[in-house]
Design a protein. Structure first.
Length: 222
């Protein structure tokens, strides 16, 4: 069976959430009230991001400059991508974060060609317009990550999921194997979803190696 590694971005590939850093730096309103409502599952992730980022009036250049040198890549990203390439695994980033900063951060470390699915961002003087477009081209208010997981499953992939946030639990429940940290790890324990914890992405590489050795059905054939 062909294998795909679906990886979150903010807090998984990076050491902190770039979107939260931007909101703290550029929003005068109480965006964390919206965050609390999202974490209490009163509003969707789409509603949260659309409402919160609409309060950001700065330019793309200003936002990228603000996060420059503030967001660090978690150790092991290049090693994970190299491992996936050697094993003929497909590596895809699916994130609730914003496309413009994800591509900028990846470009700065020579990984601009990675496949990325994230929120489309359009800059306007009255505020950022953020939209989640699903695999079928239809705008989504929720289940963005899960929609791509379902697509990959329909294409015949065995899914290895790597994430850290509360929203990662939904695609993780569909995956064949899960690497988790942070809120995702807590949610997995809460619902008794089997997973493997990780500190950095080198841990994921080691875990993939162990997983391959433990089962003959875990194949690298494309």
């Amino acid at each position: 069976m062909k294998t795909l590694v679906q990886c979150d971005f903010d807090g998984t590939i990076t050491d902190k959430d770039a979107s939260f850093f931007i909101l703290d730096a550029f929003v005068e309103g109480d965006w964390r009230k919206l965050l609390a409502e999202y974490k209490e599952r009163k509003i969707s992730v789409g509603h949260f991001n659309t409402s919160a980022f609409n309060m950001v009036k700065a330019s793309e250049q200003a936002l990228l400059k603000a996060i420059e040198d503030k967001i660090k890549i978690r150790p092991g990203l290049h090693q994970l991508i190299d491992y996936c390439q050697r094993q003929s695994f497909k590596f895809v980033i699916v994130s609730n974060g914003l496309d413009f900063y994800i591509r900028s951060i990846l470009g700065n470390i020579g990984l601009e060609n990675l496949e990325v699915h994230a929120a489309e961002t359009h800059f306007h003087p009255e505020g950022l317009e953020v939209r989640y477009i699903g695999p079928d081209g239809i705008q989504l208010d929720s289940d963005f990550k899960e929609a791509y997981t379902r697509l990959f499953l329909s294409q015949g992939y065995r899914i290895i999921y790597v994430g850290n946030g509360a929203s990662d639990i939904y695609p993780a429940r569909l995956a064949h194997h899960v690497f988790a940290r942070g809120e995702l790890l807590a949610r997995c324990k809460e619902i008794k979803l089997k997973c493997e914890s990780f500190d950095d992405l080198n841990s994921v590489v080691s875990g993939l190696g162990r997983l391959q050795k433990s089962t003959q059905s875990f194949s690298s054939d494309p």
